[in-house]
Design a protein around this ligand. Structure first.
Ligand SMILES: C[S@@+](CC[C@H](N)C(=O)[O-])C[C@H]1O[C@@H](n2cnc3c(N)ncnc32)[C@H](O)[C@@H]1O
Length: 223
């Protein structure tokens, strides 16, 4: 899998990141196994501090249905399926094969529906609308696509639902001048900046951004 090295840089003090990753409790034996396996192989999954936040948010939110974009090996989907049925979209066959194995061997409280293919296709499908609306939508995939996914996700969101968008800080470089950004990640940089502008200036959205991992954007609709 292609790694985006910008995301590996801590966006808060390194000692704080280490403290959180060493001390926040892991969520279950199975999730810990999956976390170790992903970390050993450098498969990008949500870090411990984001997992702890997601787990707590879902406890409070008590969702009926959850949608995820970006399954990878099924770590965050397995976590979220402790709270509600999860529909999760993955376009990479190597990843979806592994996720299928994860879901076969992993007992979750609620079912996980793996949707194979590109998120842009799925988010436009009537079929997905019929599965929804979703109380929590977690976008954790190609960063340059978030700007296009957001309006589609808003259409699938339940009343009082929440959209979470992971890895929005590009290792803290997101607001640096474009000339200082390596050429190969300039498109991501531009598109994430547009995402910030769109959500911060959107009259109908409430936004907060948490410095967990490489930044987690939290979006709700104003009531
Ligand atoms: C960061 S990983 C997901 C990690 C997972 N959410 C977790 O924490 O366990 C991103 C995944 O998104 C998938 N992906 C990227 N762009 C996508 C797209 N447009 N449609 C579907 N999947 C996509 C990649 O193949 C990769 O497996």
């Amino acid at each position: 899998m292609k790694l985006n090295e910008m995301m590996d840089r801590p966006v808060v003090m390194e000692k704080i990141v280490h403290f959180l990753r060493d001390n926040l409790p892991s969520l279950s034996d199975r999730l810990t196994q999956l976390e170790h396996s992903a970390n050993e192989r450098r498969v990008p999954i949500i870090p411990r501090e984001t997992a702890a936040y997601l787990d707590q948010l879902l406890t409070i939110k008590q969702p009926q249905k959850i949608l995820e974009v970006g399954t990878a090996i099924g770590y965050s989907a397995s976590l979220m399926a402790q709270y509600a049925p999860v529909w999760t979209i993955e376009r990479n066959p190597v990843m979806w094969d592994e996720a299928e194995k994860t879901f076969e061997t992993n007992q979750t409280t609620y079912p996980i529906h793996l949707l194979k293919g590109d998120a842009m296709d799925w988010l436009n499908k009537e079929e997905l609308k019929e599965f929804g609306p979703f109380d929590v939508i977690f976008l954790d995939s190609a960063k340059a696509k978030y700007i296009e996914f957001l309006p589609l996700a808003l259409n699938l969101l339940a009343v009082n639902g929440v959209i979470l968008i992971d890895d929005v800080f590009q290792g803290g470089t997101i607001f640096d001048p474009i000339e200082t950004i390596p050429r190969r990640v300039r498109n991501i940089h531009r598109k994430l900046n547009r995402l910030f502008q769109d959500v911060l200036n959107h009259p109908d959205l409430k936004v907060s951004v948490l410095p967990l991992g490489d930044g987690l954007m939290v979006i709700t609709k104003k009531i």
